[in-house]
Write a protein that binds this ligand. Structure first.
Ligand SMILES: *Cc1c(COP(=O)(O)O)cnc(C)c1O
Length: 389
């Protein structure tokens, strides 16, 4: 077990998660409820551990992408409300009801199916209606000429037998992007959402208990959108451009260790393809961290990693199971030294930028063979995956 730990692992700082939750709560105020987005294994951090922490902290709701993700939480002691954001096949409606999972309803066809299945089962399915205000993905289309049709469809869905409409929500496409155009787009989405809510509640004669739309960008930039509940993902994990301003901390640190050190003469080709050639005497370390662990190959010869002597460059093509770094300027780095790929000292935002992507993709990419080690008050409280048992 120790030998596995000494290769490459992800440290998950549950105190940072707690800090982030509390700071976001403070930011939005005590009147606004908190839904923590824990889809995709909590963005790679471990859904069960993150959800358990949020449950202890008193969060109000969780969101996952599928019924399977919801079931993983239910089977691991999570009793708080869980919203399934994505599609669930109609055959699974009894399972949703039995496990008290809230299902998103995205269109009329789904509403009919879910209603029929719930009635057959003899129960009520709790749902949140999704409105497409400009993301052009899931949800009742309600913009422009579709407004009346969208509104009457939503009302009809809410009235179907076996359907218990608890909430209504929409999702912003550019709330985290700068510039006036994105601001205008987001505000248009928000106004449309509010118009849809007003029209539906007028016509239906009832009110939804939960109106929500604020993802990370909107939690940071658009207080008017917080409504009954905010729905942050990335922000909760402490990444992205808004995290620092709000006093949030990165929850995951990806740590690897030096397995070999060698000195190469000038003109030596390093790794597959020979794309990197040393131009001086070069001290090179091999790290047991490759693209099968989640180190995107597009970062080859570009990524900067953090050592005890400061930042060093990754050189040569990133391999499946390992990669190399130039430690010529990092004399104290030797076999066994820890190297931070991203985390508290090496910002994941910078690494994502170098890869031409977003931090979401990098934490989601950390593969299942990388053990997650959970810290609480500076102590290891749990080791996940291969280290279990
Ligand atoms: C993923 C997701 C979120 C969270 O988005 P962040 O940008 O991580 O805050 C919120 N709502 C929905 C519907 C989502 O799919």
């Amino acid at each position: 077990m120790e030998s596995t730990l000494r290769r490459t692992w992800a440290e998950i700082d549950l105190d940072a998660l707690k800090n982030n939750y509390e700071k976001i709560r403070e930011h939005v105020g005590s009147e606004v409820r908190f839904l923590g987005v824990v889809k995709a294994d909590a963005y790679g951090h471990g859904a069960v551990q993150v959800a358990s922490m949020l449950q202890i902290l008193g969060a109000d709701y969780l969101a996952v992408s599928s019924i399977d993700e919801g079931m993983e939480l239910r089977l691991n002691g999570i009793t708080m409300p869980i919203l399934v954001l994505g599609h669930t096949p109609k055959e699974e409606v009894p399972k949703l009801i039995r496990n008290n999972l809230t299902q998103t309803v995205t269109c009329m066809a789904k509403a009919y199916e879910y209603s029929r299945e719930a009635v057959n089962f003899g129960g009520n399915l709790k749902v949140h209606i999704k409105v497409d205000t400009g993301m052009s993905r899931l949800g009742y289309l309600c913009d422009g000429e579709h407004f009346e049709n969208g509104v009457s469809g939503i009302c009809e869905a809410c009235e179907l037998p076996g359907i218990k409409a608890e909430g209504i929500f929409t999702h912003f496409a550019v709330s985290d992007e700068p510039g006036d155009e994105c601001r205008e787009y987001t505000l248009h989405q928000f106004r449309l959402f509010m118009d849809v809510i007003d029209a539906v509640e007028d016509k239906w004669g009832k009110r939804f208990s939960l109106h929500h739309c604020a993802n990370t960008g909107a939690v940071a930039n658009y207080p008017q959108t917080w409504l009954d509940m905010v729905r942050p993902g990335l922000l909760l994990y402490g990444y992205g451009e808004y995290a620092e301003k709000l006093g949030l901390q990165p929850v995951m640190s990806l740590i690897t260790t030096v397995s070999t050190v060698k000195i190469y003469t000038p003109g030596t080709h390093i790794s597959y393809g020979g794309t990197y050639r040393t131009d001086k005497m070069t001290r090179v370390a091999v790290l047991p961290y490759g693209y099968a662990d989640g180190f995107l190959r597009v970062l080859s010869s570009r990524a900067m990693l953090m050592t005890e002597d400061g930042p060093v460059r990754q050189i040569g093509k990133i391999c499946m199971d390992m990669c190399m770094i130039d430690i010529s300027e990092a004399p104290s780095v030797d076999v066994g030294s820890e190297v931070e790929v991203f985390g508290k000292r090496n910002s994941i935002n910078t690494l994502a930028q170098m890869a031409g992507t977003i931090p979401y993709e990098l934490t989601c990419a950390v593969s299942k063979r990388v053990p997650r080690v959970y810290y609480r008050r500076g102590e290891i409280v749990e080791k996940e995956l291969m280290l279990r048992g």
